[in-house]
Design a protein around this ligand. Sequence first.
Ligand code: ACO
Ligand code: KIV
Length: 531
Amino acid sequence: MSRKIWVFDTTLRDGEQVPGAKLNLYEKLEVAHQLKKLQVDIIEAGFPASSAGDFNAVKEIAMKVGDTDNIMITALARAVKADIDAVYNSVKYAEKPLIHMVLGTSDIHVEKKFGKSKNQILDIGVEAVKYAKTLLPEVQYSTEDASRSEFEYLWSTIEAVVKAGATMINVPDTVGYAVPEEFGELIFKLNDRLKNLNEKVLLSVHCHNDLGMATANTLAAIKNGADKVECTVNGIGERAGNAALEEVVMALNTRSSFYKANTNINSKEIMNTSKLVSSLMGLDVQVNKAITGDNAFAHSSGIHQDGLLKSRDAYEIISPTEVGLDDMELVLTARSGRHAVKNALGKLAFNQLTDDQFEEIFADFLVLADAKKEVYNHDLYIIVEKYFERHDMNEEIHHHSENFYELLDLQVISNTIFPSASVKIKKGDQIFKSSTTVASGPIDALYSSIKEIIDIDIKLLEYKISSVSRGKEALGKVKLQVEYKGEKYIAKATDTDVIKASALAYINAVNSIIVDNLMPEINKEPIAQSL
Ligand SMILES: CC(=O)SCCNC(=O)CCNC(=O)[C@H](O)C(C)(C)COP(=O)(O)OP(=O)(O)OC[C@H]1O[C@@H](n2cnc3c(N)ncnc32)[C@H](O)[C@@H]1OP(=O)(O)O
Ligand SMILES: CC(C)C(=O)C(=O)O
């Protein structure tokens, strides 16, 4: 039998504690609406005592997102009356409000941070819970730094606050010090003792990632009886972050027979949520991040691509559609092998090549892949067409590469008043030039100039630039996402000149759109018909 695990999302509280990640009211509301779509059980919307702005954001979220009994809205307080009042006065507008308070239990916190005795701190906690209970029926108590606390003191705190009315006990590994076996054992012991109390209490955990074990510790806690987990989208949070919601949820889904536990999360909303949080907070997701990283469902080595083409389960434990992606990505690189290249050519209707023809084309592919890092479908057309030209077989094929755009030259001037750009672009035998003088910045000017030429109505959704090597020869990598007729296209390019990389990435996206949309004969008939 599978147990339901409550998911408490603290992206808007612990996640927002990341330097520079602060959101305004409207952004917080947008994230909260998305968390509701994701079907989290509880949203921790902020720390209302910290500023008028955060109080207001929590209040708006309680009113506009907490307007249903499917979701609880909470916010954090110290064990201080004014903080508890601020939480109450902001979350009370929700259908299901919860007061969350925190107070340390480790010797370090009690003695060094508060300069008090254990009994004094325990009494402060109990009084705070009693006060919160006069305001709301649902109160969560977090024993901060629980994993470094002396067990019997931790337990007497938990026992006392439960008797005072706490309905949820949250056990944090505040500084990410715990290891899974030890943390699991702690939760097992607490759960065992809680069962002997005559109160109905949810046992929760909140793990930090300082040693990279937040997800492992959270899962160990679930295995040992935790009913509820606190996490953040993309694992963001104080210092090295928190347990990543998507990792915990997908581990439970993927290893259901081991954990025998499930959540209410709509996993198909995971990618949308991840992208929204990343873009609003300006926090990039590392490319190899489990579940939400760019490469989590991308395969680039020949042996893996071959295995996947033969049987998806050879290298795939989660279907990308489960987290809201369309499909896995087989990236063509110099590490790709014949099976992957043949598969890509087949999709472009070059599926009647002889073995000798294919081998020569594959050799050309490797030369280009070594030079280019990633090879796109439009590059494959060009490789194949050049092959036919070389063998005087021009009449045998359609000349699709005439549909593609190629950057010949560019000039971009960046200044604060009139950033401007000029581009020279080739399509087949035609050469186009265009210039833009009014734009909001150099990249906007560059893309406006290209757009004047390409004659396709596309919208830029995302633009990211990063450095992929060091020193004077460092490569700038540009990754962008554009939309054409409701479909999204991702394209990348690298160059030592970041402006050129930006132009190339845009043109790569345009050429991908042309391959998919503007060349309808593809996929209908083999291109090399007479072979
Ligand atoms: C592990 C966590 O993530 S806990 C949550 C962290 N989040 C935040 O800190 C939210 C943002 N914080 C803030 O806006 C401010 O720090 C406030 C409003 C909470 C307090 O601001 P200030 O009153 O200026 O105090 P300051 O932050 O400098 O110091 C914290 C005070 O709270 C006390 N305190 C800390 N934790 C607790 C607690 N859980 N319960 C009661 N008091 C506490 C400290 O001992 C200190 O008190 P002191 O002034 O008597 O020494
Ligand atoms: C408020 C508590 C749960 C916290 O963030 C921590 O201990 O890390």
